[in-house]
Design a protein. Structure first.
Length: 204
């Protein structure tokens, strides 16, 4: 691309650094923002700065939160003995969209992947173990994207928690192997959770 403005080029470079945003899309966005009211740009900038500086990780589940404990963990109607373990915040949002899950969540922050340099110590597995150690948890649902890395993560966590009296289940394979959980449609995801199958039980 040939730019008549260094400021425009800089804006395109910044926008195109976002995942899934190519330079043509970045150019359209930049030109739209330049043409629009200054208030939109200011609101956008303010919201992104606040997202980066004012949000934190929930002390209980590691989800994104405005306070020390997130809104989901504070909902009294949810089952306190049931935890759904997911890779990312986007997975929490996808499952919440189904309206079929009434337990709590635990966000790992990824999955074990030696090739990408991600080990167990890089995920919030120790925090999950601390939650289970309270004795208040009866079942863990492993809602982790089906892949080699996902299976490795499930196996590692199950071994970490094997000393506790706990049922461990995995979502039914309505989700294709190698697929990402966040891209599954609501019906498939809902049925996968409802039809979860045992991975490890209290009596194993």
């Amino acid at each position: 691309m040939i730019f008549s403005s260094k400021k425009l080029e800089s804006a395109v470079d910044a926008l195109s650094s976002l995942p899934g945003v190519g330079r043509k899309t970045a150019l359209r966005l930049a030109l739209h923002l330049e043409k629009d009211d200054l208030g939109l740009v200011e609101r956008l900038g303010k919201s992104l700065i606040e997202l980066k500086t004012l949000t934190k990780r929930c002390a209980k589940c590691h989800n994104l939160s405005d306070e020390d404990v997130c809104n989901i963990c504070l909902q009294a109607h949810r089952r306190q003995d049931l935890i759904c373990v997911v890779e990312s915040i986007r997975d929490v949002m996808a499952i919440e969209e189904t309206g079929q899950f009434n337990g709590l969540y635990h966000v790992l922050g990824g999955r074990i992947s030696p090739l990408e340099g991600v080990g167990p110590e890089d995920l919030s597995i120790e925090l999950l173990q601390q939650r289970v150690a309270t004795g208040k948890v009866n079942e863990i649902i492993m809602a982790i994207s089906p892949s080699i890395e996902g299976e490795t993560t499930i196996y590692y966590i199950s071994k970490t928690l094997e000393d506790y009296q706990l049922d461990i289940s995995i979502i039914a394979r309505g989700i294709s192997f190698g697929g990402e959980l966040e891209y599954a449609d609501e019906l498939t995801l809902s049925r996968s959770i409802e039809s979860r199958i045992p991975y490890q039980s209290k009596n194993s």
